[in-house]
Design a protein around this ligand. Structure first.
Ligand code: HSE
Length: 310
């Protein structure tokens, strides 16, 4: 085998109440990465196509896919192997949908597959997190873990990469809307205060625990009551035009909850059943369009596969 092609899906990080520690993968948008053996020694990136191609560096050490693949090759002591990557971006860039994480996952996963899968999927996580870190400077796995492993993942500790898959109701659907406005993750992190009051902490802990129990027990009422971020959303929502109006319509149309996807500008709602998710998503998208802001809509069940070989 001389070549492999893989897909790493987009993901929704934070999921309202789990800043930096919760995320789920969706179907549809994502990155394809091709890895192949070549004669010239070392790792190189041959080409980047798709959204953001002109903004993304071809230098291995500066590229999230390249860096995660390089770190894996170093661990495996395979840096002399001649390997080139192609990165095909099939998702919006700078959208809050985990674009850099999908590339980082794709890089490590593709190279591991090309080498005959010496490591299992979960063991690739540290390399993918290091790859994503060069995009925003922070070390967190809430996009990388779901993009790699699929499902909804809880990261008990980012330092230890103590990552767990959370049980999910089959009927759970996400409506994700990407409005065409630019928010850099670094800027969205810089607006956050590092102080949290005890009252906020108690409320957020209750909601996080409630969400996880609600998902496990398929208790949609509890899920809905728990999807309420009292720490991050109040600080970041001002960066997203029409945030409150989109939230109001999502809830009115039957969503269980609504918040910012990752660092934004994308927003997401969770609903019970595909029909409701479609109605909710279209209504959310329409608010942006009516305000003269172009917006993409993705309606998807939670993607349980994560990164896959094509
Ligand atoms: N948890 C991260 C954040 C996700 O909200 O900043 C985006 O990288």
């Amino acid at each position: 085998m001389n070549e492999v092609r893989v897909f790493a899906p987009a993901s929704v990080a934070n999921v309202a109440v789990g800043f930096d520690i919760l995320g789920f993968a969706i179907h549809g948008p994502g990155d394809e990465v091709v890895a192949r053996f070549v004669d010239q020694k070392g790792l190189s990136i041959k080409t980047i196509t798709g959204v953001g191609e002109k903004k993304l560096p071809l230098e291995v050490e500066k590229n999230t896919a390249g860096y995660s693949a390089l770190k894996l090759l170093e661990e495996l002591q395979e840096t002399d192997r001649g390997i080139e990557l192609e990165i095909h971006k099939k998702m919006p860039f700078g959208s809050g949908l985990g674009s850099s994480a999908a590339s980082a996952v794709g890089g490590a996963f593709a190279v591991n597959e090309l080498l005959g899968a010496p490591l299992d999927k979960k063991a690739l996580l540290p390399f993918a997190v290091l790859g994503e870190q060069i995009a925003d400077g922070a070390y967190h796995a809430d996009n990388v873990a779901p993009s790699l492993l699929g499902g909804l993942t809880l990261i008990r500790s980012n330092e230890e990469l103590d990552v767990h898959s959370i049980a999910l109701p089959q009927e759970l659907y996400a409506s994700v809307v990407y409005p065409y406005v630019e928010i850099l993750t670094k800027d969205a992190r810089d607006v956050l205060s590092d102080q949290v009051s005890l009252t906020q902490c108690i409320k957020q802990c209750g909601n996080l625990a409630g969400l996880l129990i609600g998902l496990q027990n398929e208790d949609f009422g509890l899920i809905s009551r728990s999807l309420n971020d009292v720490i991050i959303e109040p600080q970041r929502s001002k960066l997203i035009p029409h945030f409150a109006k989109v939230k109001e319509i999502a809830i009115k149309k039957g969503a269980l909850g609504y918040s910012i996807s990752g660092a934004g500008p994308s927003v997401f709602a969770l609903s019970r059943g595909e029909e409701t998710a479609k109605i909710v998503g279209k209504s959310m998208q329409q608010v942006f369009i009516n305000a003269g802001i172009n917006a993409d809509l993705f309606v998807s069940p939670i993607n349980k596969d994560g990164a896959t070989r094509l």
